[in-house]
Design a protein around this ligand. Structure first.
Ligand code: ZN
Length: 99
């Protein structure tokens, strides 16, 4: 049996689409190939995204919701920013591919 990821029940394309505004969602999609160092530790994902700078993103499961943080200005305002979208989508892609 594969490791039952705590993200499997929570982190889906629909969840991401609900958290992010549509313009952010679209930009985040184009950032997926800028994600590096994607790793999961228990219920927490972390990665870096190369944008205007190199930003650190973390996404975790909080009950049936997602918590998230990004070091970019939008992320510091509590937004589910394009970097968060990119990391979340990168994870969904990876998980969908059986990783
Ligand atoms: Zn960000």
């Amino acid at each position: 049996m594969p490791d039952p990821s705590p993200f499997a029940n929570v982190l889906h394309t629909e969840t991401i689409a609900k958290l992010a505004r549509s313009s952010v969602l679209e930009r985040g999609r184009s950032y997926v190939n800028r994600v590096s160092g994607l790793a999961r530790t228990e219920a927490r994902l972390s990665a870096r995204v190369q944008g205007g700078g190199l930003y650190a993103v973390a996404i975790w499961v909080k009950g049936d919701r997602l918590g998230y943080v990004c070091t970019c200005p939008a992320g510091e305002n509590g937004e589910f920013c394009k970097h968060c979208v990119a990391v979340a989508l990168a994870w969904v892609d990876k998980a969908g591919a059986g990783g």
